[in-house]
Write a protein that binds this ligand. Structure first.
Ligand SMILES: C[S@@+](CC[C@H](N)C(=O)[O-])C[C@H]1O[C@@H](n2cnc3c(N)ncnc32)[C@H](O)[C@@H]1O
Length: 242
């Protein structure tokens, strides 16, 4: 049976308690967050800018981005309210407006053309309809906005063993896309691929970056739209049940 959103949500509800202490923080999540921040340096709009982190988990990446770029307005979206709830203190301790919202990558609760940058790290293999998620991300990007997506690199024999055999054995029918598949997904969504990098190490990962064409008309971003839709499903923006 194919992997579903319900299974992903259940899995991360279970995982949320120990998530911040997992060994993967050191082996995979930390290095991949640094890789995204490295790609952002020196290539930012010359004005205050907005970033959405899709599959934001407990907000570790969002807080690292805020440390590196204090001027950014960071939003996060995650399917599992438990993950948002576990990161509540982190979100609240940071200066400025941090906004975790519960929602699904395939139906992002944000207005078209809302963000300068969308990031997605170590979450994409959980999405049952990956082409829909990329199309949604593309929709919420401003003209010229950038998507930086990281997931496990499964094209080498070592990566295949880790992700397609071990991770899939534990997590179920998750799907780590190949480098070629990422390029196809980006192109199909109308993103111009600007970079693809393999990062080695014990848990190798692949970074793919693309940008939305610079000149298409969108309606202006609306914060209210995002907040109103995002607080649905009985959970407020910090994951507290109402
Ligand atoms: C392994 S964690 C990665 C968290 C974070 N991005 C990081 O790098 O530390 C994957 C996250 O993706 C979320 N997720 C899974 N499926 C999702 C979906 N369809 N939409 C949004 N988030 C999803 C999970 O709830 C979980 O918090």
């Amino acid at each position: 049976m194919p992997y579903t959103r319900t299974e992903a949500a259940r899995e991360f509800a279970r995982w949320s308690e120990n998530y911040d202490r997992s060994i993967l923080q050191r082996l995979l999540f930390g290095p991949s967050h640094r890789a995204i921040i490295g790609r952002l340096r020196g290539r930012l709009p010359g004005r205050p800018w907005t970033l959405l982190d899709v599959g934001c988990g407990t907000g570790v990446f969002a807080s690292r981005v805020k440390d590196a770029f204090p001027e950014v307005e960071v939003w996060g979206v995650d399917l599992a309210p438990e993950m948002i709830r576990m990161g509540r203190e982190r979100w609240m301790s940071l200066p400025g407006e941090f906004r975790p919202v519960q929602g699904d990558s395939e139906r992002l609760p944000f207005a078209t053309g809302s963000f300068d940058v969308v990031t997605c790290s170590n979450s994409f293999h959980h999405y049952p309809h990956q082409e829909r998620a990329v199309a949604e991300i593309r929709r919420v990007l401003r003209p010229g906005g950038r998507l930086i997506l990281i997931d496990g690199y499964r094209d080498s024999w070592w990566g295949w063993l880790i992700y397609d055999v071990c991770v899939a054995g534990v997590e179920g029918e998750v799907h780590h896309a190949s480098a070629r598949r990422f390029r196809e997904l980006f192109r199909a969504a109308g993103l111009v691929e600007t970079a693809q990098e393999v990062h080695g190490g014990p848990a190798p990962f692949l970074l793919t970056e693309g940008s939305a064409p610079p000149d298409e008309p969108t309606r202006p971003a609306s914060r209210e739209d995002a907040t109103l839709v995002g607080v649905g499903a009985g959970v407020d923006r910090y994951g507290e049940s109402r």
